[in-house]
Design a protein. Structure first.
Length: 282
């Protein structure tokens, strides 16, 4: 049986730049709409309009049985929430996951937002901290990809970052890292080998070398890491009702370094605290 290599050629890496930028643009279109009174279906429509306007298609809609452009997860929902008539409320923590396919190549990215709530600043602070820790762990994993020899080092870096936060000073809770849902390779398909665990494992994993493209996506909770799938057969929620956050970027390793395909600046801002400078794909 023919097995496609997990490593891309330089030309294939260049072909992945545009779908990454389209994915980033779709999430940018959602960003100003995340406020109380807006439905998750409206956020989904904004992402779809942007993707179609750029001549691409939603790769989420290519998944069997799924007809939306995004997954939108609110509060105790961590991932795979289905957009619909749910109205966002003040203080909600909202994760938006999105992807675009352009000329046969894919991008995948996720961002978490917190809806402003002047009446409950403690709630907002607690949820913003969860989002900050999750985003920080994403960038720790991306930074590790720049020098890692094997994929397992990326998961180790993510776990180390989260554990270094210790006990949350705001919420008084430790953080949980989802175990059953992980990152993945990306290229001709949105989900490809290899898996990218968000925690340390005994297996070193595949070799990290030029041509590797990964969707790194830590999913973190403010309580248990145990989840269940809701009756819609998609939405993944925490068993204890604790909040979840999800951040993701598609990242390429090439001969000159790494480049975050789903960040317009290649990841410069996010990587700066880790002393890593992204290098454009030649």
């Amino acid at each position: 049986m023919f097995r496609r290599s997990i490593y891309k050629t330089p030309a294939q890496l260049r072909a992945m730049v545009e779908p990454g930028l389209i994915t980033a643009a779709a999430l940018d279109a959602v960003r100003p709409l995340v406020r109380a009174g807006v439905t998750t279906a409206e956020l989904d429509a904004a992402a779809e309009t942007t993707i179609l306007a750029r001549g691409a298609e939603s790769n989420f809609q290519l998944v069997r049985g799924y007809r939306h452009t995004t997954c939108i997860s609110v509060n105790e929902q961590v991932v795979h929430g289905i957009p619909g008539e749910r109205v966002l409320e003040p203080g909600d923590i909202v994760s938006v996951d999105c992807g675009a396919q352009y000329q046969g190549w894919n991008g995948d990215s996720a961002v978490t937002f917190v809806v402003p709530d002047d009446a409950r600043p403690d709630l907002v602070a607690r949820r913003e901290e969860l989002s900050r820790v999750t985003e920080g762990s994403l960038w720790a994993g991306v930074a590790a990809m720049a020098s890692a020899t094997h994929i397992g080092q990326i998961g180790g870096a993510i776990q180390d970052y989260i554990e270094a936060q210790g006990l949350s000073e705001v919420s008084g809770q430790t953080y949980g890292i989802l175990r059953e849902y992980v990152g993945h390779g990306i290229g001709r398909k949105m989900h490809e080998s290899p898996s990218v665990f968000n925690y340390r494992t005994p297996d070193a994993g595949a070799e990290v070398r030029p041509g590797l493209v990964l969707a790194i996506e830590p999913m973190v909770t403010a309580g248990t890491e145990t989840t269940f799938v809701e009756d819609d057969d998609w939405t993944v929620s925490t068993i204890d009702g604790s909040d979840g956050a999800h951040w993701e970027h598609s990242v390429a390793r090439h001969e000159g370094g790494i480049w975050v395909l789903t960040a317009p600046d290649g990841g410069a801002d996010g990587l700066a605290p880790f002393g890593v400078t992204p290098v454009p794909i030649p």
